[in-house]
Ligand binder design. Sequence first.
Ligand SMILES: [Zn+2]
Length: 382
Amino acid sequence: MVLTTLTAHSRNVIVTADMDLPALAHVVADGIVTLTLNVSESGSSFPPATRVFFKDTLARLKGTHEKTAARIRKFVENDLRKETNGLFLAAGDSTWHAAEFAVPLRNFVHVGRSPYVAPLLEVEQRAPRALVARVHHREAVLQEVQRGVWRDLDRLEPPAGPARKEGKAVGKTRDRFDQSAERATDAMLRDAAKKLASRAGTPPPAAVFVVGDRECFTTFREHLPSALGERTSYLGPSPRQEKDFPRKVAAELEKQHRDRVERELLALHERRAQAHLVATGARETLEHMTSGRAARVFLACDDPLPGSRCETCGQRYAGAEEKCSFCSGRIAPVSLTHEAVAYALAHPPLAITFVPAPAKWLAEAGGMAALLAEKSAAPKKR
Ligand SMILES: [Zn+2]
């Protein structure tokens, strides 16, 4: 079993595991630049579109955020790892959060009073955690992939049975040998299923993929708890080229993600057609979020809708107000998209669907929408 390609993958790339998203979303300071870059297949230089975007962005930041721009330039030009495909940076006078990803991010920049974390959440959804099992008669290998980073979990072999005596295994002896080999394989697959289940964790993995021997797959899945078995799919025999395998898994995860988004959008469009339990526009959506009625919020990751928010009572406004109409408090500019994402991160299971661009209907609906839950008998207090 050759795992070198995968090991190389996992050695190189990096870490947002320690990045606490809800906490990062609530950092407040003046002039925080959030920059994400697609630096995929960069080799010695970035993709042309990224180079142009990066140069323009630095030029724009220079007048107003000189120091931050210089630090960003230095980091991107000198410190980026060769294996990185996507970069997230949130930088300000006293703020510095960098995360490098094995999966590409889009070129995007936002300047505001908080790190704009929507792209991080989007990457979590696009390249979620999945478990992978490679099963054969003589070996089972368990792995985990998250955000395109691979990790080896376990490797199992069948328990040692009676050794085959070369050339002498005929007739009954041979049958016995085959039976005991089969039992040993079965025991190994059962153990592998148990080990995989113990790694499932909460939240459960988005998917379980199995490659290798089809018979072994069937046995392996039978031994998985049913909740996990339902998420399990067979990707065929082991790939001939080891390097094709991570790509195949990534493509499968992206497809599942696209299908999921499509189903969620379908549900929203149905509700909109019936004008039933649905909210549209940033102000209405945010109101339903804070009142606890929104169940799923739809927004565009790369469209940080500008708005404002009262620093005293937290009331949000779609426009730029002079002062709060509720408490006369001071008003600060915010991104309403960021406000929605930060709120959702702090209030699970409130869910976010990132609507793929371009979405004209979403822009026409005010840039944000939500599915609402039926009013409960005892509505939540604000
Ligand atoms: Zn107020």
